[in-house]
Design a protein around this ligand. Sequence first.
Ligand SMILES: NC(=O)c1ccc[n+]([C@@H]2O[C@H](COP(=O)([O-])OP(=O)(O)OC[C@H]3O[C@@H](n4cnc5c(N)ncnc54)[C@H](O)[C@@H]3O)[C@@H](O)[C@H]2O)c1
Length: 284
Amino acid sequence: MAVERIGVVGCGLMGSGIAEVCAKAGYRVVVREVTGELLDAGMKRLTGSLDRAVAKGKLSAEDRDAAQARIVGTTDIGAFAECDLVIEAAVEKLELKRKIFAELDQVTPPQAILASNTSSLAITDMAAATKRPDRVLGLHFMQPVPVMPLLEMVRTVLTSEETFQTARAFGESLGKTIVVSKDNPGFIVNLLLIPYLLQAIAELEKGVATKEDFDTAIRLGLNHPMGPFTLLDFVGLDTTLFIADAVFDETKDPRFAAPPLLRRMVSAGWLGRKSGRGFYDYGK
Ligand SMILES: NC(=O)c1ccc[n+]([C@@H]2O[C@H](COP(=O)([O-])OP(=O)(O)OC[C@H]3O[C@@H](n4cnc5c(N)ncnc54)[C@H](O)[C@@H]3O)[C@@H](O)[C@H]2O)c1
């Protein structure tokens, strides 16, 4: 099946990045937000990212203009009527995602593939909200999408071979390296990452070492680009807590039980870089 037109649901952190990489790869993109204001903010983020790529010499001004010309922003879900593949990147709430999938099932062509960028929710639950569960799968991009080379593909027991192969070819055409997971809570990356981050918080609570020393130990001892507390601030403490709770709720696996300190910090609004304060203080 030929994929030419891409729909993206949500123009937040991930949706804007996904729209950007698709347009840069030559696809025509329709990106949908819920309000004109949110759409403007998302398009501004997208344009800023393209401009930064030009400033760094990674993209020519002509290619930026061409990519921008391939993207249409809208608040109308009906605008997905001609899309071959729609990628949902709305907020991480299952009921909302199920509603979006049911709507997409109504407005997109019957052969279109519907994908979710969820970090932790079951793709099968979204597939079950449609009449085309064989054409539903997970396409889990990493943040920031234009920079991170990995794409996790999530295949449910209902995903057809044709859907899977078409989506794989699409992912490769974006220049991403693909790994494949079952529809298992946490998929691959978060299955390993979240218990590690939660344990780091629990050990900090016990006073084993300072956050600076944990970060230095992992950076210089294991050659990771950042230690756990810098990474937690980057990912977002609320996002980390949401994934931990979602996986714990489903599996009762104690490795995903969030330490009280994480929950308190999220309640306090210390969400990491995006709120100016997490484990570290980023000022304004
Ligand atoms: N932030 C990350 O590091 C990361 C990484 C991988 C995957 N994800 C996943 O990507 C998804 C989006 O995360 P994000 O970080 O971009 O969140 P975000 O809050 O930045 O963006 C979500 C956007 O979706 C919009 N939205 C909500 N309902 C909508 C609808 N019906 N139609 C169109 N837009 C709608 C919201 O207005 C918001 O702007 C989540 O499922 C998240 O788990 C996030």
